[in-house]
Design a protein around this ligand. Structure first.
Ligand code: ATP
Ligand code: MG
Length: 175
């Protein structure tokens, strides 16, 4: 199965992210993510089997025992890809606590021999894909207020033509 580890977002924060997406949907064309897909990926694992998933669960338990809840501070919009066909996301401030949490998770995965995409961690919440950006800057947007993430989850991702769907397999509470 295809998997990743992500922070779940508090409901009030998700409401405000959805609100930002609604503002953007009037300014850019693209395929906007459904609200229930919002998450903050800390490590993308890709294909893993049963034995590996047990190791990931042990890693999450370990992280929960040593890491506190983390602040989510919306910072700016960003994109991956070409301006006429990109992924649009909300970037979060790389606070020490958020970077430490991602480091700790990755250390625990390393310890158990679980591989993940090891590109540098860039905290973001994907808002839309296949986006065509206008030439003019996006202005007048209201960003979500800062909030706190408390739950770390192993997700299974199922890809389809309508976009991926994510199913929580195991969660731990931080702090
Ligand atoms: P699709 O690939 O169909 O557009 P998706 O990207 O939402 O859908 P996945 O590819 O399964 O679904 O990705 C799950 C999560 O992991 C998303 O947050 C995605 O941004 C992130 N992710 C996917 N691939 C990588 C990667 N190689 N490195 C880091 N993060 C990744
Ligand atoms: Mg993908």
């Amino acid at each position: 199965m295809r998997t990743f580890v992500a922070l779940e977002l508090p409901e009030a924060f998700e409401d405000e992210v959805a609100d930002l997406a609604r503002q953007l949907s009037g300014m850019v064309s693209g395929r906007f993510m459904k609200r229930e897909t919002y998450h903050l990926t800390l490590a993308f694992l890709g294909e893993i089997g049963e034995a590996e998933s047990r190791e990931v669960i042990a890693a999450l338990d370990e992280v929960a025992g040593s890491c506190d809840t983390v602040a989510l501070r919306p910072e700016s919009l960003g994109t991956f890809g070409k301006p006429r066909d990109c992924t649009l996301w909300l970037g979060l401030t790389q606070t020490d606590e958020l970077m430490t949490l991602a480091d700790e998770l990755r250390t625990q995965l390393d310890k158990r021999g679980i591989a993940y995409d090891c590109k540098a961690f860039r905290p973001h919440i994907t808002l839309a894909r296949r986006v065509v950006l206008p030439k003019a800057p996006l202005e007048g947007l209201v960003f979500p207020a800062a909030d706190t993430a408390c739950r770390l989850t192993l997700f299974k991702s199922t890809l389809s033509q309508e976009g991926a769907s994510y199913k929580p397999l195991y969660s731990v509470e931080l702090g």
